[in-house]
Design a protein around this ligand. Structure first.
Ligand code: NAP
Length: 246
């Protein structure tokens, strides 16, 4: 069977790496970007190739629209025109109470999580419309649905991702291109390793499962949305959160 092509942002570590490996296992060739972690990105590439995938690794800062366009064009050149799945995974936090969030920390979070996802969706939509096929999967967060003290900037960006997902789903539905969001809860990665043990213990109390999730838990849902069984699902937000958002 001919392999499809998936482009994953922020594939060098954490949830992004787990998505790259899972999609490679499911028969996709993988293009992904990293921003600064070249060593980690090389490891993702090795792990994808171990699964039998062709793999393209690109350094790109998704806050720069020109770099997003170049990431997309180098992927399409490498895949000979194919681009079946985009996973907008790259994201950052700059947590603080509202009154202590600087202009720079507001901009940094919106630039990666909101604008970066926007630039990637805009560039990829053109290709998917031309190819008359495609799946776009955006990484939101339960915090985009529930809010969270200390994360006004981050929750705004992740709520925006949900708004963009639903709007673009409506724009592309007539062409059978789906656009969905995944909203993880507390997942064990570098992002959550920054949280203090006492804060983590408090968060665990708010999770019905009383446990954090793994990057593989999120990757499995992304693989479902990228696969044939999800071809009639669009504009949805799927929480992977051990019940946090019930
Ligand atoms: P992570 O371990 O901190 O990894 C972040 C990834 O994003 C890295 O690959 C990083 O690349 C890349 N990245 C950051 N800024 C970038 C930029 N300007 N341009 C390109 N790539 C950039 O994060 P994670 O925990 O796996 O989170 C992945 C996604 O899930 C994020 O959107 C996050 O908001 C969301 N999420 C996570 C959790 C959680 O509990 N972990 C919960 C809800 C939602 P480099 O390493 O090369 O810099």
């Amino acid at each position: 069977m001919e392999r499809k092509t998936a482009l994953v942002t922020g594939g060098s570590r954490g949830i992004g790496r787990a998505i790259c490996i899972r999609l490679a296992k499911e028969g996709f060739d993988i293009a992904f970007n990293y921003q600064s972690g070249k060593e980690a990105a090389l490891e993702t590439q090795r792990l994808c190739e171990e699964e039998g995938a062709r793999c393209l690794m690109v350094q790109a800062d998704i806050t720069n629209s020109k770099e997003c366009d170049e990431l997309i064009s180098s992927t399409v050149e490498w895949s000979q025109g194919k681009l079946d799945v985009l996973v907008n995974n790259a994201g950052i936090t700059k947590d603080n109470l509202l009154m202590k969030i600087s202009d720079e920390d507001l901009d940094a979070v919106l630039n990666v999580n909101l604008k970066g996802s926007f630039y990637m969706m805009r560039g990829v939509s053109r290709i998917m419309l031309r190819n008359r096929t495609g799946r776009i999967i955006n990484m939101s967060s339960v915090v985009g649905l529930l809010g969270n003290a200390g994360q006004v900037n981050y929750s705004a960006s992740k709520a925006a991702v949900i708004g963009m997902t639903k709007s673009l789903a409506r724009e592309l539905a007539s062409r059978k291109i789906t656009v969905n969001a995944v909203a993880p809860g507390m997942i064990e990665t570098d992002m959550t390793n920054k949280i203090s043990e006492s804060a983590k213990a408090k968060i665990l109390e708010s999770i019905p499962f009383s446990a954090m999730g793994s990057a593989d838990d999120v990757a499995g849902v992304v693989a479902f949305l990228a696969g044939d069984d999800a071809k009639y699902i669009t504009g949805q937000v799927i929480c992977v959160d051990g019940g946090m958002a019930i």
